[in-house]
Design a binder for this molecule. Structure first.
Ligand SMILES: Nc1ncnc2c1ncn2[C@@H]1O[C@H](COP(=O)(O)OP(=O)(O)OP(=O)(O)O)[C@@H](O)[C@H]1O
Length: 675
């Protein structure tokens, strides 16, 4: 690409309104006109077929950007400046003033200078001021003030009038003479008069110029600006420890508060600080500095980090996950660092108003659980739609949105908790560990309100279903910790009647997405956090998926959850099913072929405890199921059943045994029970 600016000053008066055709659409340009202006590069073929690719009118000149083809298949563009026939004659004074104004307008547009508004003010009040000025001048030149004094001699008044007319005349001549010196000068003088008149007029009328807005701290403020902002936020005279530095999309500084003031006070005044820095609340972050309660790290982002593009989870590309060891990656902090939560021995509460992003946040947990084939998923879904995709890989599912079905599921889980406690007691352990080979169980309940507020009566006819569900949940959450049972609940209405405090306090990981009130935010995070600056009601609706997470550490942290599209969710579920199938941990439906095969094998055993492979194959063939030794082993591998060397009765010697490759009934029974 070659960019040449042919900045030849055209003979403006000659071309003005002349026969120069100014194209308005690409392709209309007359080649001759352009060829005349183009300076070919030495040694390059002549320009052909110029094509207009853009034009711009600035001042009284017209700039056309042309693209033309050189002899070889290369393009180059050239700017040609011509006089603009629609503009006032630039040689005239009016044309020159027009030029000045056009330049000012251009500068306003290009550089965003707020001149349009200022110009409007000056024009309006300037005209009014000029009118008043002309009236004053007339009173002065006619010596109206003298005329009113009756005892003054007439000749004295006339002399004054003469003198004042002469002064006016001299001034007029000077202005007129400047015309020759520089044509826009009289207009410049007029403009100056207008501006001065406008300022005086506004002063007279008591109209103040609009206040200059407080400048934002910018991308790299000095420590003085930081100190002043803390002062303005009523945090006293602080010291900026070390330099203010850039940290990716933000600037950051360590600030030491005045003696006796604490980092908590600064956290509570985050919004005041945002105002003092001239930025949005979402752009300001305050982190405590370990080992010094009076120091705080302030980080101010150039733009709102929570409105950036959705962030994809690492689970989308992970072949498999290990929840026990790797935890659950649920989102990113303001700097884009992944936040992972440990879930073993913990339970989760996700709350927020409708559309706050609960289902998407839950997806991070469900996707991690799904991709770990050794974690069982128990589903209780209040809405009956959101978790449909996970149903095929779930171990148990409570029928859609039916509180009674959830009661049945929870009772079964309570029984499992009790069974695990027995195992713990036997193994003399306080909590399950990997050596016990018990799978983690994740219980997922979406839309808690639907269940905990259900008023139907059950059992004795006195207990409400909702109360029973809360009771069962409390049992599972409090005892499930040591038994490897993790409960995850979501709720749209995080009020105390939906999530009783007694249950809320047991759920140790709490994620507050956008809420309507600080009280709702506190219901999720815990009492008093909103006052200390962790308030999900301050999350803007444009900050989708943003929330406060109370997990580890002494206070909540803000994050943005990973975003999963429907297709991502389906892809993970499909992968997870295959993974579980391969590991033999998929809970198979009643009519699954493997389940039917295992029933047929158990029937084929009859009263025998062990069978050589060939005999088992014969008995299966009698039942209409035809396998070879290899195909049977392949079918049973996912269920973790494999043939091995066994002592089986020897038909050749009654009462004797021999070594054969075969299957043990006990192994098949265990595998069937685990399906
Ligand atoms: N982490 C995120 N990143 C980007 N967009 C998100 C994120 N989380 C949620 N959203 C957007 O917000 C919308 C609502 O999210 P979601 O369905 O999870 O809300 P919800 O709280 O479950 O709503 P409801 O209670 O009505 O079911 C999503 O469709 C998505 O567009």
């Amino acid at each position: 690409m070659t960019d040449q600016l042919v900045d030849e000053e055209p003979a403006l008066e000659e071309t003005q309104g002349g026969d120069l055709a100014i194209p308005s659409r690409p392709g209309e340009l007359e080649p001759d006109v352009v060829d005349a202006e183009i300076v070919d590069e030495p040694g390059q073929p002549a320009v052909r077929q110029p094509r207009l690719v853009g034009k711009r009118r600035l001042n009284y000149r017209y700039t056309a950007r042309l693209e033309h083809e050189l002899g070889y298949a290369e393009h180059s563009s050239i700017e040609v400046q011509r006089a603009c026939p629609d503009c006032p004659n630039p040689a005239s004074s009016f044309g020159q003033v027009y030029g000045l104004l056009a330049r000012a307008a251009y500068a306003t547009r290009e550089h965003g200078a707020p001149t349009a508004k200022t110009l409007g003010w000056h024009t309006w009040y300037g005209m009014a001021g000029l009118g008043r000025g002309v009236a004053r001048w007339w009173a002065w030149v006619t010596a109206a003030d003298y005329a009113a004094r009756e005892n003054l001699p007439v000749d004295k008044v006339e002399a004054t009038q003469r003198r004042r007319w002469i002064i006016t005349g001299v001034f007029a001549v000077l202005v007129a003479a400047s015309w020759e010196w520089w044509r826009p000068a009289p207009f410049g003088a007029l403009l100056l008069a207008l501006v001065i008149a406008s300022i005086v007029e506004r002063k007279r009328r008591g109209i103040a110029a609009p206040d200059k807005p407080l400048a934002a701290a910018g991308r790299m403020p000095g420590s003085r600006v930081v100190r002043e902002a803390f002062g303005a936020a009523k945090l006293g005279e602080v010291r900026v420890v070390g330099p203010v530095t850039r940290d990716g999309p933000a600037w950051t500084a360590v600030v030491e508060l005045p003696p006796g003031r604490t980092a908590s006070e600064a956290l509570a005044r985050r919004e005041n600080l945002a105002g003092a820095f001239g930025v949005d609340l979402a752009q300001v972050y305050l982190d405590r500095i370990g080992g010094h309660a009076g120091r705080i790290r302030v980080t101010v982002f150039d733009t709102d980090p929570w409105q950036a593009r959705p962030v994809k989870s690492p689970l989308l590309t992970a072949a498999q996950w290990n929840v026990w060891e790797q935890g659950v990656p649920i989102g990113v902090d303001a700097r884009g660092r992944i936040i992972t939560v440990r879930v073993f021995e913990r339970s989760v509460l996700i709350g927020g108003e409708p559309g706050g992003g609960k289902s998407v946040a839950a997806m991070a947990f469900l996707a991690a659980v799904a991709l770990d084939p050794h974690v069982q998923l128990w589903l209780g879904d209040g809405k009956g739609v959101d978790s449909k995709v996970w149903e095929p890989l779930a171990h148990r599912v409570a029928a859609s949105a039916d509180p009674m079905a959830l009661v049945v599921l929870l009772e079964e889980l309570v029984a499992e908790v009790d069974r695990r406690y027995l195992l713990l007691r036997k193994a003399d352990k306080k909590k399950i560990d990997r050596s016990m080979r018990l799978p983690l169980i994740v219980l997922w309940i979406d839309e808690l309100m639907r269940y905990t507020t259900a008023t139907e009566k059950i059992g004795d006819g006195k207990t409400k279903v909702g109360d029973r569900i809360v009771e069962l949940l409390r049992h599972i959450v409090s005892l499930g910790r040591a038994a490897g049972i993790i409960t995850i609940c979501a709720t749209q209405k995080p009020s105390a009647d939906v999530v009783p405090t007694i249950l809320r306090d047991l759920l140790s990981i709490r994620l507050a997405l956008r809420c309507t009130t600080p009280q709702a935010s506190d219901t999720i995070l815990g009492q008093g956090w909103a006052r200390q600056g962790f308030n999900a009601a301050q999350i803007d609706s444009a900050q989708r998926g943003a929330g406060h997470l109370f997990s580890e550490g002494s206070e909540p942290q803000m994050l943005r959850t990973f975003y999963f599209e429907d297709a991502d969710e389906r892809a993970i579920a499909t992968r997870a099913i295959a993974l579980r199938e391969a590991e033999g941990t998929l809970q198979l439906p009643a009519d699954h072929p493997r389940r039917r095969l295992m029933v047929a094998i158990l029937d084929a055993f009859g009263d025998d405890d062990r069978l050589p492979t060939e005999e088992l194959l014969e008995r299966l063939a009698e039942a209409g199921l035809h396998f070879t030794p290899t195909s049977l082993a392949d079918e049973l591998r996912p269920a973790k059943v494999a043939p091995k060397q066994l002592r089986v009765p020897d038909p050749a010697s009654p009462g004797g045994t021999r070594n054969r490759n075969g299957y043990a009934k006990e192994v098949v029974e265990k595998a069937y029970a685990a399906l």
